[in-house]
Design a protein around this ligand. Structure first.
Ligand SMILES: [Zn+2]
Length: 271
């Protein structure tokens, strides 16, 4: 499996996963919060790539930096399947496809929504396990664990409390986790919505709890969804490094770039 972040932060989110060999090779986009149809098409052509089939787009939640009307128009036009929790689908409809909010000429009833509930489901050879996460009130939100053979990866963004993740984090090779704000910078640039996100310290503490209980820790942690005003890559990294310093395990730490793709991360096989 190869994982890449394409956009990360309140100005837009999109992550990319690739798995399989030969004819089984496929890609899945996770979130598509681009600001315009043009930007999303460009992302699909230039950063996702058309050389390998795109199995679909998996949605974490209905906030517009993760999915929006522009992205849905492109998805409809190109016939891309949308994997979405049934409750999130309703919320996406209310927020982004409500008749009062879209041009009367737009008809997006043909979008190929593929609903899921609480159970894991397959996308080709990839098993996807939804993990319900607490985020803003009334916004149904999921993190995901991906299993393909012995390759395991977990992504969790836009949440404020990570207890639900712990059982799923065991034996995962790569973790993409939100590290949204530094508490000191939040005091200077107050934003009431920050309470629905993970601080650097909360993300670091969650990883600390994981390592305490796990004999086979991740090889790579990618920090994402950093606030522009209330965080810096240096602050996010140093909070996480401090937490990991107690352990002997070598763990690679990265920060997802806000507006551009990250390097590709190769997910290693686990026992
Ligand atoms: Zn959100």
């Amino acid at each position: 499996m190869i994982f890449k972040t394409l956009r990360s932060g309140s100005s837009g989110n999109a992550l990319l996963l690739e798995w399989g060999e030969g004819v089984h090779r496929a890609r899945l986009l996770i979130d598509c919060g681009l600001r315009s149809q043009k930007a999303f098409v460009q992302l699909l052509e230039e950063e996702v790539g058309l050389d390998v089939p795109l199995a679909g787009v998996l949605i974490t939640h209905a906030h517009s930096d993760h999915v929006n009307y522009s992205a849905l128009r492109v998805i409809d036009r190109l016939g891309i399947p949308v994997f979405i929790h049934e409750k999130t689908r309703d919320q996406v409809h209310k927020r982004h496809l409500h008749p009062s909010r879209i041009p009367s000429s737009a008809n997006l009833e043909g979008i190929d929504f593929r609903n899921f509930g609480i159970d894991p489901f397959a996308v080709g050879d990839l098993m996807v396990t939804p993990i319900h996460l607490p985020h803003a009130p009334g916004v149904n939100t999921h993190g995901y664990r991906f299993d393909c053979g012995r390759h395991r990866l977990l992504i969790a963004t836009d949440f404020h409390e990570g207890d639900a993740l712990l059982p799923y984090l065991q034996d995962v090779d790569l973790i993409y986790i939100e590290s949204n704000y530094d508490p000191e910078l939040l005091r200077q640039y107050y934003n009431p919505a920050s309470r629905y996100h993970m601080s650097n310290e909360a993300a670091a503490e969650l990883m600390d709890r994981l390592l305490e209980e796990n004999e086979c820790p991740p090889c790579t942690i990618v920090l994402g969804h950093l606030s522009t005003e209330r965080n810096t890559p240096e602050l996010a990294l140093s909070a996480m490094k401090e937490s990991l310093a107690y352990y002997d395990h070598p763990i690679e730490l990265h920060v997802a770039p806000r507006h551009s793709p990250s390097e590709p991360f190769f997910v290693k096989e686990r026992n």
